[in-house]
Ligand binder design. Structure first.
Ligand SMILES: O=C[C@H](O)COP(=O)(O)O
Length: 254
């Protein structure tokens, strides 16, 4: 059975004081949650501080983006090797906010995915359709296109060392969660698309759901066959709420 992963994405939020309080709370609560993997993805500048707070904890550290470049004249960029050296295990790539607000294209995401893997980081590859795309019946077309860019560049075996996060854009930060059935349908589609290339990879890869996951709806989402955890935005900024989501993951595998 695939292990549940609950990853918090703090986005552009936090200060040293708030992160100290948040991480201390998560670390204390996570001690008893041995059947669920937990991670927090901090803003770049707070990665070393967060790494220090996570010392000796089972909670993994992640970044929210990475450069496709290893080094060189790329002002403002941060490389995968830098993230690794800072203590990161995970990095989010292709988040819909990077795609929509910063013009990231499918192939840019694929190159970031490749750069992360090359250094041994676990990329959390975000896929998802906008509301207009869903209403036009394009969900599978969009998700397949985003996934295929990575498959073309890296091949299906690359998904052995990666995590996928399905995040319908219309559900992010809106309070409007996809129903468990809506999410499950897309997760199953992603897994089937991978299974057509390699059944072993498809069976193994964790596919997280993201989009207004809260303590109150996590259990019903995680109960779905192809949903292996969550990528949590707003609710990951409150230790108790985040731990309730982690507990839902733990209960799922008890
Ligand atoms: O990366 C996380 C997602 O964008 C979900 O954000 P949200 O839980 O605030 O809707």
């Amino acid at each position: 059975m695939r292990r549940i992963l609950v990853a918090g994405n703090w986005k552009l939020n936090g200060s040293k004081a708030s992160i100290q309080k948040l991480v201390t709370g998560i670390v204390a609560g996570a001690e008893n949650l041995t059947d669920v993997s937990i991670a927090v993805c901090a803003p770049y500048v707070y990665l070393p501080f967060t790494a220090e707070l996570l010392t000796k904890s089972v909670v993994g550290l992640g970044a929210q983006d990475v450069s496709e470049q290893d080094s060189g004249a790329y002002t403002g960029e941060v490389s995968a090797s830098m993230l690794l050296e800072t203590g990161c295990k995970y990095v989010i790539v292709g988040h819909s906010e990077r795609r929509a607000l910063f013009g990231e294209k499918d192939m840019d995401t694929a190159r970031k995915f490749a750069a992360a893997r090359k250094q041994g980081l676990i990329p959390i590859l975000c896929l998802g359709e906008s509301l207009a795309e869903r209403e036009a019946g394009m969900t599978e077309v969009v998700v397949a296109r985003q996934l295929d860019a990575v498959l073309e560049l890296e091949g299906v075996q690359a998904l052995n060392d990666a995590v996928i996060a399905y995040e319908p854009v219309w559900a992010i930060g809106t309070g409007k969660t996809a129903t468990p059935e809506q999410a499950q349908a897309v997760h199953a589609f992603i897994r089937q698309r991978l299974a057509a290339l390699d059944a072993g990879v498809a069976a193994k890869v964790q596919i997280l759901y993201g989009g207004s996951v809260k303590g109150s709806n996590a259990a019903e989402l995680f109960a779905m066959q192809d949903i292996d955890g969550g990528l949590i935005g707003g609710a990951s900024l409150d230790a108790q709420e985040f731990l309730t989501i982690c507990q839902a993951g733990q209960n799922q595998r008890d």
